[in-house]
Design a protein around this ligand. Structure first.
Ligand code: TPU
Ligand code: MG
Length: 611
């Protein structure tokens, strides 16, 4: 499996060593290099060795030191000099995107694969588009560093009106907006403070697993600045508070001692807490059932003997809801309960029989502990518990046999069930499935994952179109994995251009585009004419993106036979993406979506409380 980097291991000792020994790279390759820039690149003598840093190359060094091999950009005049500076770093490749929304989501996908990411965009017209994806990174707990170019520092104090602004003298609105959707937002208009501000933003993003925002005035990007100090000041975390940790473990052990049939419920914050291994450790020690929430699918291995399936209230995998309801002690690890994940507030876990273990906090009835790392807590608890296997014994009694799969006649119109049946065997230990908002969520839940397989879903933010650029970014971040994306027709129309970038970078992503001619997930919540989608020639679109030199493939399939052939061709295409447009009926959706739609509609429709 590709190493999934996390905030505390983004940089290895080897990198640290090379940081201290390496001579900084002073070469600028961009043809845009002007004599003015060269002037500004004047070397600074430091202990008789030649050290040359600018604000931009400082930023590049830090991004590279935290493990990034790529950064995602859209050019604009406020960022051009900064992009030149980033290009001077030979350890990172600059990846161009078609628009800033895709740029942000590409970085978000990269962070899922690689632990962190960076996107660089221009002021306002770029950044405000990227903000949507940055909001997503916040909601999904991913450290994406958004860097925006900004007006010349001299213009701040003048009465000049500038392009790419609101046409007023206020240039601060972007920073103010960024503060709402990031964990750290800084503006750099002087090279002197740049190292401190850059380090603060990156450090906070890694620590919190949230996005950060760095705004750099366009005339400061190439200004000389101090050389970076040791990267440990950015990446080293504060340890758990020892006494609090001991108290939390003791309280949780006592909680478990009084329970006869405890179980674990895994949620999506487990990954951002870098605690997947420790959750397995605790599961092994307890021997109890482990259910996984939809947004955390693959964060606990599905081939583990104690995995009992996806818990999603009424639409859970067979037996999983019965066990959660029966358990007298549910340990919720990194769980995130919202209206969607609780199926319209019908399955939230709370009360005396629940212990919540979050990335930096553990609480249960009568106790609340903070400033502890989840992995320390889980590992500590694993050493203090004895086996409690009742929920496994019960699950074995109620577990239903998997229904035998019926293979469709290859000439019959394609149906969703046949599509899922044919995707299943493609998933190996080396596969990542990326499932878009729509019925793809529910189809995705039906894919059983072998050990090592990963699953990505954007359930908290739920931005349709996320998966196309996120697959692009993920594929760059995990070049050794096979990426399979499940995307609806409506979602695809938002961000289709990212296929063009997959072609440019020759990434063999396989996209199953499910063309049901509509917003079916919305249909199941509340239908109307606004849920119809204008049809496109989705398969034909790939030819447009290929132009004269691309190697992407597009195929449309109408039945099982054509689908099988398209999959065979896709697996042999290594020089670009393959888009398989799967045409199915508008009403052909999962039973789970129908039930979920009913309950979400009911929750949305609750009348206002009396005044
Ligand atoms: O499988 P299916 O047909 O439901 O997927 P498709 O065709 O991609 O339709 C998705 C429909 C959908 C919408 C319009 N799901 N959520 N929405 C609401 C929505 C609107 N705009 C954004 C950016 N994100 C959303 N989730
Ligand atoms: Mg659709």
């Amino acid at each position: 499996m590709t190493t999934i980097y996390s905030a505390n291991n983004l940089i290895g000792q080897k990198d640290l060593d090379s940081h201290t020994k390496k001579q900084p790279n002073t070469e600028i390759t961009s043809s845009r290099k002007s004599s003015m820039v060269q002037d500004k690149m004047r070397t600074i003598r430091n202990n008789n060795t030649i050290e040359t840093y600018t604000v931009g190359s400082y930023l590049a060094t830090r991004l590279s030191q935290i493990g990034l091999k790529h950064h995602f950009v859209v050019a604009g005049d406020y960022t051009l000099v900064l992009l030149d500076q980033l290009l001077t770093n030979k350890d990172m490749k600059q990846i161009c995107c078609s628009n800033e929304l895709n740029c942000g989501f590409s970085a978000e996908g990269y962070a899922r694969a690689h632990g962190a990411a960076a996107a660089i965009v221009t002021f306002s017209v770029g950044a405000l588009s990227a903000f949507d994806a940055i909001g997503g990174a916040y909601a999904e707990n991913l450290p994406v560093i958004l860097v925006s170019g900004a007006p010349n520092s001299n213009d701040r104090a003048t009465e000049h009106l500038l392009h790419h602004t609101l046409g007023t003298h206020d240039f601060t609105y972007q920073l103010e907006m960024a503060k709402k959707i990031t964990c750290a937002a800084v503006t750099i208009s002087s090279a002197v403070d740049a190292p401190d501000k850059i380090d603060y933003a990156i450090r906070t993003a890694l620590r919190e697993s949230k996005p950060a925002y760095i705004e750099i005035a366009c005339n400061i990007a190439s200004a000389p600045c101090a050389a970076p100090g040791p990267i440990s000041s950015v990446i080293n975390e504060e340890p758990s508070d020892t006494e609090t940790l001991q108290a939390a473990v003791a309280a949780a052990a006592e909680f478990l001692r009084t329970k006869k049939k405890p179980m674990l419920l895994i949620g999506s914050k487990l990954r951002s807490a870098d605690a997947e291994q420790e959750a397995i450790e605790l599961a092994d020690a307890l021997g109890c059932s482990v259910a996984v929430m939809a947004a955390a699918k693959s964060f606990f291995p599905e081939d583990h003997p104690q995995f009992i399936g996806i818990y999603w209230g009424e639409i859970s995998a067979p037996g999983a809801q019965a066990i959660v309801d029966w358990s007298d002690g549910v340990i919720c690890i990194g769980a995130l309960f919202n209206d969607y994940s609780t199926v319209g507030w019908t399955s939230e876990q709370k009360g005396a029989g629940v212990l919540i273990a979050d990335p930096h906090r553990v609480y249960m009835e009568g106790y609340d502990f903070s400033r502890i790392h989840l992995r320390d807590f889980l590992s500590g608890l694993a050493h203090k518990v004895e086996k409690k296997e009742a929920t496994m014994v019960e699950f074995a009694r109620i577990k239903t046999m998997s229904p035998t799969e019926i293979i469709a006649n290859p000439n019959e119109n394609l149906m969703r069930v046949e599509l899922v049946r044919q995707i299943r065997p493609l998933i190996t230990a080396n596969t990542t499935v990326i499932a878009e908002t729509g019925d793809s969520w529910f189809n995705g839940m039906k894919l059983n994952l072998p050990g090592g397989a990963r699953f990505e879903i954007e359930m908290q933010w739920g931005h349709i179109g996320w998966s196309v650029p996120a697959s692009f970014g993920y594929a760059l971040g995990a070049p050794d994995r096979r990426i399979i994306a499940l995307i609806g027709d409506g979602a695809f129309q938002l961000t289709a251009q990212a296929v063009g970038q997959m072609i440019r970078e020759k990434l063999p992503v396989i996209i199953f585009l499910i063309n049901n001619h509509g917003y079916t997930i919305e249909v199941e919540i509340h239908d109307g004419p606004y849920n119809n989608v204008k049809n496109w020639d989705y398969a034909g679109l790939v030819k447009v993106f290929n132009a004269e030199d691309g190697q992407g493939l597009g195929m449309r399939v109408n039945n099982g036979g054509e689908l099988a052939e398209a999959i065979r061709v896709a697996l042999a295409n290594h020089d670009g993406p393959t888009l398989i447009e799967c045409v199915i009926d508008r009403d052909d959706c999962t039973a789970e979506l129908i039930s979920w739609g009913h309950l979400v509609a009911k929750a949305n429709g609750r009348p206002p409380l009396p005044q």
